[in-house]
Ligand binder design. Structure first.
Ligand SMILES: NC(=O)c1ccc[n+]([C@@H]2O[C@H](COP(=O)([O-])OP(=O)(O)OC[C@H]3O[C@@H](n4cnc5c(N)ncnc54)[C@H](O)[C@@H]3O)[C@@H](O)[C@H]2O)c1
Length: 249
């Protein structure tokens, strides 16, 4: 088992790529904290994991709240004794039809950028004390390039995640804390997707992908697994696109 005896907190684990990552990490031996705003959906992921013989618990978390993050870390330590892995995955879509909307900019920076910083800020002291840990920050292809159907706040927030990852990697490497970013391409639409959930828009987006199809949530989960595990022990500060070749064009 690739994560035997590890404890992982995964934000946004009630849905999509976070839920897939939670299920995979549990299968690989991790004790998993499914942290999300959505209690019913999160509880379902937890009961599926526990029914399959794994170990998981739900944690109510709004990633924009410093006190929620403090509670998440302290309750994880009470339940499982340690925090080895954080996957900063929670996010909201930026495919807002009003591309000059100010509220969208603020929401993007608050949830998708600040939420990731608060997560790192909450777990790093515990990881330092324990002698190490692995943080995987979920950015996007939008952290590299602009797109016609996405509000610029999403790109700015995902770009912030990409560079904050490198800064954290450099600053905490000597403490044994590794920090990397994963950049999914066109995946199944997010719960909050507007324009990019439109079939015509999706058809245009898919035509720009060399592999010729959208990604599967499991393909991101397997990448998260490698970066979270000790298999990647000499890797920190990198960015891994999981995008069917989108950024290679
Ligand atoms: N779906 C895509 O095409 C795509 C592409 C690139 C990157 N991403 C990124 O991947 C990550 C996961 O996206 P997904 O496709 O699984 O989306 P999703 O909408 O299925 O899941 C997002 C999860 O985050 C949770 N969440 C949202 N705001 C939160 C908050 N403030 N506090 C706690 N939890 C919160 C939601 O409740 C949900 O469970 C996001 O960071 C997203 O930006 C998605």
């Amino acid at each position: 088992m690739r994560l035997k005896d590890k404890v992982a907190i995964i934000s946004g684990a009630a849905s999509g790529m976070g839920a897939s990552t939670a299920r995979l990490f549990a299968k690989e031996g991790a004790k998993v904290v499914v942290a999300d705003l959505m209690e019913a959906e999160g509880a379902k992921v937890v009961s599926d994991i526990n029914d399959a013989g794994g170990e998981a618990r739900f944690q109510s978390l709004n990633v924009t709240s410093e006190t929620d993050w403090e509670a998440t870390v302290s309750e994880t330590i009470t339940a499982y004794g340690q925090v080895d892995i954080l996957v900063n995955n929670a996010g909201v879509s930026g495919s807002h039809p009003d591309r000059l909307n100010i509220d969208t900019w603020d929401e993007q920076m608050n949830v998708n950028a600040k939420g990731v910083f608060l997560g790192m800020r909450a777990v790093i002291p515990t990881m330092q004390e324990a002698g190490g840990g692995s943080i995987v920050n979920i950015s996007s292809i939008s952290g590299f390039v602009g797109q016609r159907f996405v509000h610029m706040g999403y790109n700015a927030a995902k770009g912030a995640v990409r560079l904050a990852t490198k800064a954290a990697a450099v600053q905490f490497a000597r403490d044994g804390v590794r920090v990397n970013s994963v950049h999914p391409g066109v995946m199944p639409a997010m719960r909050t997707s507007q324009m990019t959930a439109d079939p015509e828009v999706r058809r245009k987006m898919l035509s720009a992908i060399p592999i010729g199809r959208e990604g599967k949530v499991e393909e991101v989960a397997f990448t998260n697994l490698f970066l979270a595990s000790d298999e990647s022990s000499y890797i920190t500060g990198i960015e891994v696109p999981v995008d069917g070749g989108y950024l290679a064009v």
